[in-house]
Design a protein. Sequence first.
Lengths: 161, 123
Amino acid sequence: MAMTTTRKAVVTLPTDTQILITREFDAPKDLVYKAYTTPELIKRWWSGDRGVVDSVEIDLRVGGGWRYVMTANEGFEVGFHGTFREIIPDERLVCTEVFEGMPDAEAVDTASFTEANGRTTLTILVQHQNKDNRDAHINSGMEGGMNEAFDHLEQVAQSLR
Amino acid sequence: MASMARAATTADAFNAVAEPRRRQILDGLAGGERSVNELVELVHLPQPLVSKHLRVLREVGLVGVRDQGRQRLYSVVGQPLKPIHDWVKNYERSWSQAFDRLDVVLEELKNKKEENDGDDNDS
């Protein structure tokens, strides 16, 4: 068994309209699923280094809604929401996702949890309706030192008001 | 407008790989140099179409070519893909940072679970 693991998300673009995010965790899948679906726990990780999570609401049942809001380091709020379509606890979670700055660009996210030797691989497949929406989604993920990207995003968000 | 759109698709590597068949051809070249005929077999597209896409890929510098005897062999050139790589990397980094925090949460959940299991054994 390899002791070294890549503790790094891997993002690929399988098609023009998709984003695939993959990451391995040193924990069984029931715990990864728990951290992925429990509001108090999501608050602690979801925004990464980009800002602070203000609220997480989850109605974890098929047809139920979810909404995450964070305040980015630059001071503006970003919200995401959607509806759960399929729930297989510890295995698979399918939901819609809308970035509230681009309300027409609804994506469908499929999160899969696969365990081997006590480690869990999480894959998130994001299916967009078209390439423009997919590309905008990737651009919105820019952060860290990339303040100009956030400024741009803010301008886009304001122009949509 | 149509001609402008056409120009845009071939302007840089970024647009050149937006076409799924061109990505198929690049995948076909991933294993090493190939002739046109070998590529036709690999990607199951008609030869004129493969040649057309190869021409576009060569124009943006994604594919190189060399003559070997009577054959022309095509290969991938990675450098023009770097801007695309960099673009996705920024998105990837933000997920990596979020998942690093998720690791911390998971360590706590694991410790709690072990404590609880320990309690069960004691009782």
